[in-house]
Write a protein that binds this ligand. Structure first.
Ligand SMILES: Nc1ncnc2c1ncn2[C@@H]1O[C@H](COP(=O)(O)OP(=O)(O)OP(=O)(O)O)[C@@H](O)[C@H]1O
Length: 724
């Protein structure tokens, strides 16, 4: 123990030394002069990142040691440290380094040329204990799991923690999997799917740093609460090039939380909606019902349905998106209108021989048409410039438009722009179908330019204020040389925002890797958005079909992925539940057997010695019973939650608890959760599997049969703690 303490104290000393150097480099980068601002910003950012990387390791810098059969010893930790004075010998191996792998996968039966695994337990920077496993000698059980059990039993605090010290072999295999394409990881509740996916991100960022830190990683999770819950894990591993989003945030500028009724969500989530969107765009490409007169100086011609139809055909044939095809439409209308006008004007006084005069006439007419405001207005009415929002909102609000596009009447809503999460993939799809609205882009560029020029003019004004203190000649020269707009141009420099910020704001950003959590909830249309964001198809998809709540979600992975990668995707299963103790999983498992008899529940890694309980309450007693639970939990360490139907005060619906966990969970009115919609059983299953220690159920209606394994509260059984 003394030797280990000394070694680990030495590691912290080395870390402190490196930190001090990194801070000094950061400070000097901040003060750098004589280089361009852009370069300095980049340098500062690199140095800041270096300092952050070294800052993450204050707790559990080193958590293990491996002794190989060859006698070689390595220490494993959150980051790599090298001995600067001794040929850069590794002092501490980064957990992601290939040489650290045996630490996670060696077992008594397959020792991977290792003799012993040692796991340290620390308080702050001090090692207080360690456990040893001797490998290569078959023994009962796979691993001496003291460290794992301590980790999974510990009370939960703010957010999820990383699991680097106790990654299990089946998890490690997934984290390090060399598969470059789509990987689906399935497993029951609490099997560490989220933890594994996040550690895989850290691993990919470590092994493919160059590529990943250029393009970043996108993590998609079910709710902002969930993203908060997992938000600490990657920063704790020193990673920051990661963007977190819910499906409602996938289109920049939108932050949508509302949901549609299940039937509408199903319609919008299906690929069949694509035909409706295409037809809705086509429906906005009109021909005039009555001929529209186009008045020119010398003649008036008519823009009739025939002309518009011909031009529309050409524009559609161009294969360009709607807004870009508008130029083709315009060009054809103008060409035909011009021909008619020229023929009309020249009729009777110009002959075939008057080639030059015809050409001149045509040029005059075209010039007039180019600036013709009424024609412009007519063209805009026939083929309007559209944004996804200005197409979709009026479509929802108009039964006529819906009918014309072949949309289900159920898609109607009075407030067209009250976006729901199911609208987000439709808006994203429309961005492609409509193409760029160049006028908007140009206006934005102009605004940007004007703002910059204004800022520069402000700078010049400031300079002028100082004029008394400046040499008059120098001042004049500066004013003459630095026109505001020139100055603005100098300020238009490379974007200096963080990668995560830039990526989140840019619909055309393509990520190096995408993690999809609770992936069973995503609709076919959601998958299209995600695939567009990652053309290289590098995905870690984690989910559990049995926990699916959304009617538009996946019932199998194959059909969801086939349009993008055919059958070229890898599948892995996780089988051990690290969250829910065996006693609670037994109850949840009985429910699972009822609604998904083919799915095997995961096996809990531990029992907690306490049976989950139920209590029947009379109508007026529910509130008091909830209060009682909350009071009892407030006195304990850890976290708790009440999960129930939306109308129970103080309760959160199961959907809001998705992916989260709490030390204690009180489920209220399970029969109503079960009966509440097409996926009620899955919702109740999610609710029951959130607890790491204690589960209670309060009910007024009779308990669903599947929950008969609960102990009735008030009955004290030998060996079981009493609740309430
Ligand atoms: N190897 C491990 N060591 C310690 N804790 C672990 C390990 N694997 C998972 N856990 C813990 O188990 C709990 C459940 O993990 P996680 O939330 O990733 O499960 P999940 O499969 O995503 O669950 P769900 O499907 O219910 O959302 C977390 O507290 C996680 O830290």
């Amino acid at each position: 123990m003394r030797a280990e303490r000394a070694y680990i104290t030495g590691l912290y000393a080395r870390l402190d030394g490196e930190r001090e150097q990194a801070r000094a480099r950061y400070r000097s980068a901040l003060g750098e002069t004589g280089i361009a601002l852009v370069e300095r910003d980049a340098d500062v950012r690199i140095r800041a990142r270096e300092a952050v990387r070294l800052n993450v390791a204050d707790n559990g810098l080193c958590f293990g040691r491996l002794d190989a059969l060859s006698g070689e010893i390595s220490y494993i930790g959150r980051l790599g440290l090298f001995d600067g004075e001794n040929d850069y010998e590794p002092l501490l191996l980064d957990w992601r380094a290939p040489a650290a792998r045996p630490f996670y996968v060696a077992t008594a039966a397959t020792p991977e040329n290792m003799r012993r695994r040692r796991q340290f337990h620390a308080l702050g920077r001090t090692v207080v204990d360690f456990t040893d496993e001797v490998l290569g000698r078959p023994q009962a059980g796979e691993r001496g799991d003291a460290a794992l059990l301590a980790a999974v039993n510990a009370p939960r605090g703010e957010g999820m923690r990383d699991i680097v010290a106790t990654i299990q072999a089946e998890q490690d295999e997934i984290i390090r999997l060399g598969h470059a394409g789509v990987l689906v990881v399935e497993g029951g509740p609490g099997t560490g799917k989220t933890a594994v996916a996040l550690h895989r991100v850290a691993y990919l960022l470590y092994t493919q740093r160059e590529r990943m830190s250029r393009s970043g990683v996108l993590v998609v999770g079910p709710s902002p609460l969930f993203l908060d819950h997992i938000g600490r894990v990657l920063p704790a591993l020193g990673e920051s090039d990661v963007v977190f989003m819910t499906p409602g945030d996938l289109v920049p500028g939108l932050c949508v939380r509302g949901e549609d009724e299940p039937d509408v969500a199903r319609l919008k989530g299906s690929l069949k909606i694509l035909d409706v969107l295409k037809a809705a765009v086509a429906d906005r490409q009109q021909v005039p019902a009555e001929p529209v007169p186009v008045e020119l100086t010398d003649v008036t011609v008519e823009l009739d349905a025939g002309i518009a139809d011909e031009a529309r055909l050409e524009a559609r044939r161009s294969g360009l998106p709607h807004n870009e095809a508008r130029a083709v439409f315009r060009e054809h209308v103008v060409a035909i209108v011009a021909e008619r006008a020229v023929a009309k004007i020249g009729e009777g006084w110009l002959t075939e021989e008057d080639g030059g005069a015809w050409a001149e006439l045509r040029a005059d007419v075209l010039e007039e048409l180019a600036e013709h405001e009424e024609l412009d207005a007519t063209l805009s009415a026939l083929w309007p410039d559209l944004t996804p929002e200005t197409l979709l909102a009026p479509l929802y609000m108009s039964p006529r438009r819906l009918r014309a596009a072949g949309g289900d009447p159920a898609l109607f809503r009075a407030d067209g722009g009250a976006w729901t999460v199911s609208d987000v993939p439709l808006l994203d799809e429309l961005a492609d179908l409509l193409g760029r609205d160049e006028s908007a882009a140009r206006a934005a560029a102009r605004r940007h330019w004007e703002e910059e020029a204004e800022y520069s003019a402000g700078v010049l004004d400031l300079v002028k204020l100082d004029r008394e203190e400046m040499d008059e000649d120098v001042m004049l020269a500066a004013e003459h040389l630095l026109y505001a707009e020139d100055l603005a141009e100098r300020f238009v420099e490379r974007d200096t925002r963080d990668l995560a910020e830039r990526a989140a704001a840019d619909r055309d950003w393509t990520y190096g890797h995408v993690v999809v959590d609770e992936a069973q909830e995503l609709s076919e249309m959601d998958w299209r958005v995600l695939m567009r964001r990652c053309p290289s198809r590098s995905f870690t998809i984690v989910g559990d079909l049995a926990q699916r709540r959304s009617v538009a979600g996946a019932t199998a992975w194959g059909p969801v992925l086939a349009p993008y990668v055919a059958d070229r995707w890898a599948y892995r299963r996780l089988t051990v539940n690290y969250r829910t103790p065996a006693e609670i999983m037994a109850v949840a498992g009985a429910l699972l057997a009822e609604f998904a008899p083919d799915v095997r529940p995961p096996e809990s890694v531990r029992a907690c010695g306490t049976r989950p309980w139920s209590k029947r309450v009379a109508d007026g007693e529910l509130r008091t019973a909830i209060d009682e639970f909350e009071r009892a939990e407030a006195e304990r360490e850890g976290t708790s939650v009440v999960i129930g139907p939306a109308d129970v005060p103080g309760a959160v619906p199961p959907s809001a608890a998705k992916g989260l966990e709490f030390d204690a969970v009180l489920v209220v009115e399970p029969a109503r959760i079960l009966a509440g919609g097409a996926r009620g059983a899955a919702e109740l299953y999610v609710a029951l599997t959130r607890a790491t220690q204690r589960l209670g159920v309060l009910h007024r209606d009779p308990l669903p049969a599947a929950l008969s394994g609960l102990a009735e509260a008030g009955v004290v059984r030998a060996g079981h703690r009493r609740f309430l």
